[in-house]
Write a new protein. Sequence first.
Length: 280
Amino acid sequence: MKKILAIIILLITTQNLISQTADELNSKGIEFAKKGKIDKAFEIFEEAIKLYPESPGPYSNRGNVYRMRKEYDLAIKDYSKSLELYPDNFNVRYARANTYMDKGNFEMAISDYSKIIEEKPTFSDIYFDRAYANIRLENYENAKTDFESQLEITPNDFKSLANLINIKKKLELFDEALADYQKIVTEFPNQPNLHILYNNWASLYREIEKPKEALEKINEALKLNKNYDIGLFNRAGIYLELGEEKEACKDFKKALKLDLEKNEHFEADEDFEKLKQLCE
């Protein structure tokens, strides 16, 4: 009888220990990860999964390591297992959605973002993230709706408003885009890189064939950053349209000296070829 009682007590104690130890191992792995010891963290998560295969935490954390290693299929597999064990973990579903984005599977990313929106529409930046996935699929109308929804939740979200402007340009809603440029520079006068917005504003005026208005906006950009190579190149193109070739060449040569061609955002276009021939 004492032997049976001892076995029962051992079983109960072991069950309690399993629950505690799964959490302890998971926490230990997280601490290693925070210290940058990713391989050690991975080993701890592996051990936790082996010992406690019904605990969701170690799967999601091993998934995080796989994602860091760019082993996206393995990361998705672990996130999916974690969600199978605990379907209501929005953070894990969000991590899986972002991994689908990393992998280029935008449809599946949208599926996960949409599931989160159904259950928790106030989840941080969720509409913004789904909008970005829609942009990658060139679903611009859906992206526009998502940015607008994000702005209803976070009205002062600079990045959503800036991206909404770009979408409106894609949809040729030029008057709305122009009004939004005015709104954004008024509401965010101290925003870093505001010169880029003025440059984009100028580009929109060029697109709708209003070079004088474009010149006004690009001048604002260059007041904020006089060595803005893309801005100087843009202004050179505007001067070319206005027939001011001397000023065009002056800006073009300065942009080249600032290593315009090495700028990751630069693309040689018709303006570049014209200016290159004109200003040699």
